[in-house]
Design a protein around this ligand. Structure first.
Ligand code: 2NL
Length: 344
């Protein structure tokens, strides 16, 4: 039995040293140390031995088993280390390779323009307000002196959700809501940029969805000259100190009197060219003194309070400032168009 155990030990150790991967080591382990292996078999046959022999063979069998197990463990650790080494070698990263270029984007031209205008008005003490794009008929029309059946509603045909709910046709409802929150005894000094919607057929100068930016100042003793001063400051900062402005009489249902503001043409410096259609002036925005009915509906006493308001289309401002000839460029997301203005 002694010899048999020695023989098994030699055999097993040889197989361990010949194993070249973890799997074949596992096979050796099962073959020699498993329940059906030869060492277990030797131990099972110990009943036939004498009392004196039994502990000697038992101890030897355990020693053989332990030395085989130790050899397998040592080899297994080595093989696993080698495999890890190989894997690390195969997956190594060459940090000296140049990186993949990342395409850097930038704000949309419209975003830049709106932010530029916001900054100008923040500099004059205006706050920025936002409101819902799905509006009630009341705030979109009624509160702005456009009662049901008013002919001026035709020019602002909209997308209706119900009889009383629609996509706002201008940002004015944000101003009507803000005034309404003041209990008729606090000043308002705000601008509100945002998306607006009209039932229009898209072409080079029309879009069914576009951006508006309106401003409102309500306080005691607000006069037309305040409006002119603010708009003049805006025009000069936005388009250049050498620009002149002029106000022409106009009509809006929510202001009285109403005006339209032009800036002198930069291309011909007022002489008349194709950009200004020979007039020397370019229309920029509409404005006026808030209609007493609008003040009254918002809870202000028009004898005590007055205000001015204005509205402009940031797309139009961007088109004039950068010579964009088709409003659809803002919405079709052609990267070749957008990229040109990343530093605008
Ligand atoms: C334009 C003209 C304008 C207003 C907007 C306004 C708002 C309130 C009261 C009075 Cl709450 N007025 N907004 C006034 C005059 C003109 O917009 O051509 N926009 C593109």
């Amino acid at each position: 039995m002694k010899e048999r155990l020695e023989e098994l030990k030699q055999e097993a150790l040889e197989k361990v040293s010949k194993s070249e991967n973890v799997q074949s080591l596992k096979d050796v382990r099962v073959e020699y140390l498993g329940k059906k292996g030869p060492i277990t078999e030797v131990l099972r046959g110990m009943g036939k031995l004498s009392k004196e022999e039994r502990p000697v063979i038992g101890q030897l069998a355990n020693e053989v088993r332990e030395s085989i197990a130790a050899a397998i463990d040592t080899k297994q650790t080595r093989l696993e280390d080698e495999e890890l080494e190989k894997q690390l070698e195969a997956e190594s990263i060459d940090v000296t390779l140049p990186g993949r270029p990342v395409r850097v984007g930038g704000p949309h031209l419209l975003t830049s323009i709106v932010e530029e205008i916001e900054d100008l008005f923040i500099g004059m003490g205006f706050e920025i307000k936002e409101g819902p794009e799905v509006e009630t008929d009341y705030y979109n029309f009624e509160a702005l002196n456009l009662p049901k059946g008013h002919p001026a509603r035709d020019m602002q045909d909209s997308f209706y959700i119900t009889e009383e709910l629609l996509l706002r046709t201008h940002t004015s409802p944000v101003q009507a809501r803000t005034m309404g929150q003041k209990d008729g005894n606090e000043p308002v000094k705000m601008i509100c940029p945002g998306k607006v919607y009209r039932r229009d057929t898209d072409d080079a100068t029309h879009s069914h969805q576009f951006t508006q930016l309106e401003g409102l100042l309500v306080d005691k003793h607000v006069r037309m000259s305040d409006l002119k001063g603010v708009l003049n400051a805006f025009a000069k900062q936005m388009f250049g100190a050498e620009r002149d402005i002029r106000l022409r009489p106009s009509f809006f249902p929510f202001t009285e009197p109403s005006v339209e503001m032009d800036i002198s043409c930069k291309v011909c410096e007022g002489k008349g060219c194709s950009v200004c259609k020979g007039t020397g002036w370019i229309e920029i925005l509409g404005a006026g003194m808030v209609h007493p009915n609008v003040l009254e509906m918002a809870g202000y006493d028009p004898k005590e309070y007055s205000g001015f308001a204005f509205g402009m289309g940031p797309e139009r401002i961007a088109m004039l400032k950068y010579g964009v000839d088709d409003i659809r460029n803002f919405y079709t997301n052609d990267i070749r168009f957008l990229e040109q203005y990343h530093k605008a």
